[in-house]
Design a protein around this ligand. Structure first.
Ligand code: NAD
Length: 365
């Protein structure tokens, strides 16, 4: 890492039973990409998978950085947006990689938001039965959440992320400079996952967020790093999502996913739906886990501080949210596995929550 010493870089070490890896968080990292990647990846050929909005912004810089360090990258661009996260698109990417002569020694770089992270990771998992994956997230949400933990996949007509593989990245490179071009609404939605992390695992970070200034680059880097640590620590305890520990990351997501689906994935961004889901989960936590109501109020204030929604529009079809819940993976054989918080900084799974509790919380939104 000597070449990187002149830059402001912080390194989060992700220990995982399946595969340990590093997340480099800093400014100016894309300029040093060759050095970063060269240190951890053995192959020389790679694909850079990118979307049509991100490619004009950063793809050339990434390509140049790799080429100047002796790598041979092939750029593959797909249309921006959730609609691209399909099996057909993953197949088309694989076909382009085969045509470019990429083999078992090659690796895949995902340059983009969570959509690109998920589909490029999935391609890396299946290409030649698995080749290394490098995540270069370009949204805040992807930096603090989707690039960590190894969940990759695509959507089907029936729902999101129904096909996928657990395939950890070999390296994650978070260059905070790329966030400067992110639209404000996209930037803010990342804070829903950050606030979720604070509620379930870090009361001190919750306090920091109450006066946080995202314009302070170093503070933002530290915040990203802390969130990577929180997610990685939870994932490491329950990589396969079996013991219930990893499920804590779903705080706010049961109702959040229902809202996304009920809005046809158009009305709210993922983080915005999660924000509303967090408010509902706090209402349920007051009833079922003894969360003090003033702590719910603090959560609502914090979400609003980052311009996240905390009320549904009056005419939003609330019944559709309940209907959508049955598609949720957390509704196992009719039983609700709901994450509640008894106080900010901790969370647990509850089997006491009823569909009526959820319905009530949704109607109160
Ligand atoms: P996204 O990838 O669609 O990016 C949002 C938009 O911002 C896109 O239009 C993109 O082109 C644009 N964009 C990205 N970076 C930019 C930049 N730096 N400047 C300007 N524009 C930029 O969406 P997202 O919110 O990053 O991710 C959502 C996806 O992540 C969903 O598919 C969700 O299922 C997935 N996800 C996965 C996990 C996981 O653990 N694997 C966790 C959470 C979410």
């Amino acid at each position: 890492m000597e070449a990187l010493h002149s830059l402001s870089v912080t390194v989060a070490e992700i220990r995982s039973p399946a595969q340990g890896y590093l997340a480099l968080v800093g400014s100016g990292l894309l300029k040093q990409l060759g050095a970063c990647v060269g240190k951890y990846l053995l192959g020389k050929t790679c694909s850079i998978i990118c979307d049509s909005k991100v490619a004009p912004l950063f793809a050339n810089r990434v390509k140049r950085g790799l080429t100047s360090a002796g790598f041979q990258p092939t750029l593959i661009t797909i249309p921006a947006g959730e609609k691209s996260k399909t099996l057909a698109q993953a197949g088309a990417i694989c076909d382009q990689m085969i045509a470019a002569g990429l083999d078992r020694q090659s690796f895949v770089i995902g340059l983009g938001g969570g959509v690109i992270g998920d589909i490029s990771g999935f391609v890396a998992a299946i290409y030649h039965r698995g080749i290394p994956h490098v995540q270069i997230p370009t949204t805040l949400l992807a930096m603090v959440d989707s690039s960590i933990g190894g969940k990759t996949g695509v959507n089907t007509r029936d729902g999101k992320n129904l096909i996928g593989a657990l395939h950890h990245p070999s390296l994650v490179i978070d260059d905070v400079d790329v966030l400067k071009t992110l639209p404000r609404r996209e930037f803010n939605q990342g804070f829903a996952e950050i606030i979720k992390h604070a509620i379930i695992a870090d009361a001190k970070m919750f306090g920091t967020l109450q006066s946080f200034k995202a314009s302070e680059a170093l503070a933002l880097q530290q915040l990203i790093r802390r969130n990577i640590e929180i997610k990685a620590a939870i994932v490491a305890k329950d990589e396969q999502d079996r013991t219930g520990e990893r499920a804590l990351l779903n705080f706010g997501h049961t109702v959040g996913h229902g809202i996304e689906r009920a809005g046809g994935y158009q009305k709210f961004l993922h983080g915005e739906a999660v924000s509303l889901g967090i408010v509902a989960a706090c209402a349920i936590s007051i009833k079922r886990a003894g969360l003090p109501p003033d702590q719910r109020d603090k959560v609502v204030d914090l979400l609003q501080r980052f311009e996240l929604p905390t009320r549904l529009p009056p005419k939003f079809p609330r019944k559709k949210i309940i209907d959508a819940l049955k598609f949720d993976k957390k509704f196992e054989r009719g039983k609700v596995r709901f994450v509640v918080t008894p106080r900010i900084g901790t969370a647990r799974l509850s089997s006491d929550v009823t569909i009526d509790d959820i319905r009530e919380a949704i109607h109160a939104l």
